[in-house]
Write a protein that binds this ligand. Structure first.
Ligand code: PLP
Length: 501
């Protein structure tokens, strides 16, 4: 009996060392493997029921059906508890992820959570998964979440972990590198266990600083004595990836329920991509048996992934371009490592060698054998001009207003269509509310809006788009600034210790 239950428990291993074995809850607590690799399930589970059966489920039930296959060491009660505390009235619609048909595609709206970006889909549940995992593993320490953000992750993590017992959270953001709304969302955070710090540097500096704090063993020992241990809310944590698989299955089941598609019919997903977390979740959904034809990876002008899918060479040695879709301004897509590992036949040595090349030379090239494994992917990119034009044309055509990140995907899909004439029903991941980027969105609709004040534009957007201003925007309009701390790059560790003393 015992033997049986051990075998039933899905184990996680490292993309760089197959000897590593741990449970789902341990992987969530650790975030990153000691060898620098990412946790992956030893075997990918399959959907436990036909998709037809999911048509009758609400979002929470669908989440339980999918997530229980990955988080096998959580009891039913534990997992259902996490899910029901995450996907509740924090979302402004009971559907959680509504679909909106416009311009020949279905937009899968992932921005109805508290901070109006898709990061809420995973970060509303991660704190519950983490505190449950801590209990299961008899962790007595308080868990300190360290986060570096280029904008959206920071506030979503703050909102998720604010006043969660047994946790504290520190967010570092580049003090001159985030949008006005993004900064206001973070520095007005009221949670008593939160600390937000503006760093005199860019996002890479914040990220490098956080990694240095993580790997400082001496600091780790000092904090352990005081009853603290670090963890991560970054998208490399498997606890963020698994909840993201859910909405692909859920969205498919809605189309099936509404007879837009028939049983077993394939759909395409277009995903605006940065760190490769969201689209990797779609790939896992496909591997679980969801009928998917193509996964279309959409990039902005930082088109390192587009080049990779076209040529098989990943090369980060290029200019970093600041675009109107800042959450996709990234040259090292961390989660791509998981895909590389899988297409190498789950081979940690091959993957580790390529990641070492990325570290030392900033580039690597996959074999032609591995490249053949990528046929389920397509890649397109959109220039700044094409992105703005997509926002404008879709609004004219349908009255529907999308944000800049979603527009990158929309424009990429248009190019895919004109290349392939593919008639497959297609869903576009809509990753942020247009209110979060009202400046860029409104000037894409009409040049006359250029230079106007952000909140004034939010009011205008509400009028022309016929949508209510989300509470996330109203909240920050006149909110008190609580977090004023700023520091130099080499002062980050000191700030963490001060916060914890
Ligand atoms: C984070 C983010 C993305 C990119 O998602 P990845 O999982 O990093 O690929 C796209 N759009 C928005 C609005 C985001 O916040």
């Amino acid at each position: 009996m015992l033997q049986y239950s051990i075998e039933m428990n899905l184990q996680y291993t490292s993309t760089r060392d197959n000897k590593v074995r741990c449970s789902a809850s341990e992987a969530i607590l650790k975030g990153l493997c000691d060898d620098g690799g990412l946790f992956v399930p030893v075997e990918l589970p399959v959907l436990p029921v036909p998709v037809r059966d999911i048509c009758g489920m609400d979002y929470k039930e669908c989440a339980y059906t999918v997530m229980k296959e990955f988080l096998t060491d959580f009891t039913e009660e534990e997992l259902r508890g996490c899910i029901s505390r995450a996907y509740d009235e924090k979302f402004d619609t009971p559907e959680i992820v509504p679909l909106r048909q416009a311009g020949g595609a279905f937009y899968m709206e992932l921005f109805h959570g508290k901070t109006i970006a898709f990061k809420d889909m995973a970060l509303s549940i991660l704190p519950h998964l983490m505190t449950t995992a801590a209990k299961k593993n008899n962790v007595k320490n308080e868990i300190v979440i360290l986060t570096a953000t280029s904008g959206d992750t920071g506030k979503a993590a703050l909102a998720g972990f604010a006043d969660v017992k047994g946790t504290r959270i520190v967010v570092f953001y580049p003090k001159d590198g985030v949008s006005r709304v993004q900064k206001l969302q973070m520095v007005t955070e009221k949670g008593k266990n939160t600390k937000v710090i503006g760093v005199d540097g860019n996002f890479d500096d914040c990220q490098t600083g956080v990694k240095a704090i993580f790997s400082d063993k001496e600091l780790g020992r000092r904090l352990d004595k005081k009853g603290y241990q670090f963890s991560s809310a970054n998208s490399i944590n498997i606890g963020r990836l698994v909840p993201q698989i859910v909405y692909y299955v859920y969205a498919y089941s809605r189309l099936l329920k509404d007879n837009v598609i028939g049983d077993g019919e394939e759909v395409n997903f277009v995903v605006p991509t940065g760190n490769f977390g969201n689209i990797l979740a779609a790939y896992y959904a496909k591997m679980m048996g969801l009928p998917v034809r193509k996964l279309i990876c959409a990039s902005n002008e930082n088109k390192v992934l587009f080049d990779f899918f076209r040529t098989g060479e990943y090369d980060r040695n290029r200019e970093f371009i600041l675009t109107s879709s800042p959450s996709m301004d990234i040259l090292i897509s961390s989660n791509l490592e998981r895909l590389i590992y899988h297409i190498a036949g789950n081979d940690p040595e091959k993957n580790a060698a390529l990641m070492a090349a990325l570290r030392t030379d900033g580039r690597y090239e996959i074999t032609s054998f591995m490249k053949k494994e990528l046929t389920g992917f397509e890649a397109y990119y959109s220039s700044e001009k094409e992105t703005a034009e997509k926002i404008g044309s879709l609004f004219k055509e349908s009255g529907y207003i999308i944000d800049t990140h979603t527009a990158v995907a929309g424009a990429a899909y248009d190019k895919y269509l004109s290349d392939t004439k593919d008639k497959t029903v297609t869903l576009i991941a809509s990753t942020a509310s247009p209110f979060k980027f009202a400046g860029s969105v409104m000037s894409a609709i009409d040049r006359g809006y250029e230079g106007k004040e952000e909140f004034e534009l939010a009011d205008e957007l509400s009028v022309i788009g016929k949508v209510k201003i989300p509470p996330a925007i109203e909240e920050i309009r006149n909110a008190e600034i609580i977090h004023k701390t700023e520091c130099k790059i080499d002062g980050m560790m000191e700030e963490v210790e001060r916060f914890l003393s």
